[in-house]
Write a protein that binds this ligand. Structure first.
Ligand SMILES: [Zn+2]
Length: 328
């Protein structure tokens, strides 16, 4: 049987179980925390400021809550620039029993350090391959998938380079790719085009955040290329309100796309992107609601079942698709 890399070692694909495809145990700027260690971070869930070191407790709390709801695994797409720290993930995983599938890759909307500006896509791919085949951060842990991103600036020269590096690392190792997208900027189809140009099998590609759009034509155009789509930001009202996400998911299920869809929340147990008072204002303004690792099991699944989602479709999206995407 195929194996899947987790932060506590490889597991049989059959052991993956119910999986949330896109959740973060901690999101922070690694450079800031290296240069100014001990800064507090704003809590994601629960909404509060987290004391230095409290990010571990928050991650354990989120992971435990997921386990209690029957989640066996998460894919944690915390890559470079989101503060990837696989030792932190391993400790949380061992503490809670939640299996955590780690990634390699670079999360940038444009900026790259000179180190990468001066290197070719193949040289960047070498680093991704090292994480996938040998070791992440000098640990015995290996990556299971490759992360890249395109957002409001679109496919800039730097973003294109990272996508081609991801594609080449995928071709060399067989690892799948998760690409952060921004439907409002129409990045998804362009990202797919780049992967196909590089020769990547679309069945290895997941276009994350496609669920930020309720435009069924846009989503179907992506699905027709053979890629997976992430309906993976439930609770982030600022990108698309819950009700619209719900209707879109049901419409896609009715059209027979269950085998290409993922449900998740893109939750962050802690995130340092905004100061705490700004987070409070954002929540007060309704930009996020129930944005939490628990939302898929507490709200989304019950609502979808009421809307007609079958047990088989639920299993396809939460158990079978993650295995198929991760193992090819
Ligand atoms: Zn994310």
């Amino acid at each position: 049987m195929a194996t899947i890399q987790t932060v506590t070692g490889p597991i049989d694909a059959g052991e993956l179980g119910t999986t949330l495809i896109h959740e973060h145990l901690r999101t922070r700027d690694e450079a800031v925390h290296l240069q100014w260690p001990g800064l507090p971070t704003s809590g994601g869930i629960p909404e509060r400021e987290i004391e230095p070191g409290g990010d571990y407790d928050a991650a354990v709390e989120a992971a435990s809550a997921a386990v209690e709801l029957g989640v066996r695994s998460i894919c944690d797409p915390t890559a470079m620039f989101l503060g990837r720290d696989v030792e932190f993930m391993r400790r949380v995983s061992e503490h809670t029993g939640l299996q955590v599938v780690p990634c390699t890759g670079i999360y940038t909307y444009d900026h790259l350090p000179t180190f990468f500006i001066s290197r070719t896509p193949d040289q960047i791919a070498d680093l991704f391959v090292r994480d996938l085949e040998q070791s992440i951060q000098e640990t015995p842990i290996k990556a299971a998938f490759i992360k890249c991103a395109a957002d409001e600036p679109g496919i800039t020269e730097n973003v294109d380079k990272v996508h081609r590096a991801a594609a080449r690392a995928s071709l060399r190792t067989g690892a799948p790719i998760m690409a952060h997208s921004r439907p409002a900027s129409g990045t998804g189809p362009k990202q797919v085009e780049t992967f196909l140009e590089e020769g990547v099998d679309p069945r290895k590609v997941q276009i994350a955040h496609t669920g930020d759009s309720a435009d069924l034509d846009y989503i179907e155009r992506l699905l027709e290329t053979g890629v997976y789509v992430g309906l993976d930001r439930y609770g982030l009202e600022m990108f698309l309100p819950y009700e619209e996400r719900h209707r879109t998911t049901l419409a896609l299920l009715e059209r027979g796309y269950a085998e290409r869809m993922f449900l998740s929340a893109d939750s962050c147990a802690t995130i340092d992107w905004f100061p705490y008072d700004v987070v409070e204002q954002m929540l007060a303004a309704g930009m996020a609601k129930d944005w939490d690792i628990r939302i898929v099991h507490q709200r989304v699944i019950p609502d979808l079942r009421e809307g007609g989602m079958t047990e088989a479709q639920e299993r396809t999206m939460l158990v079978e698709n993650p295995v198929r995407w991760l193992t090819g």
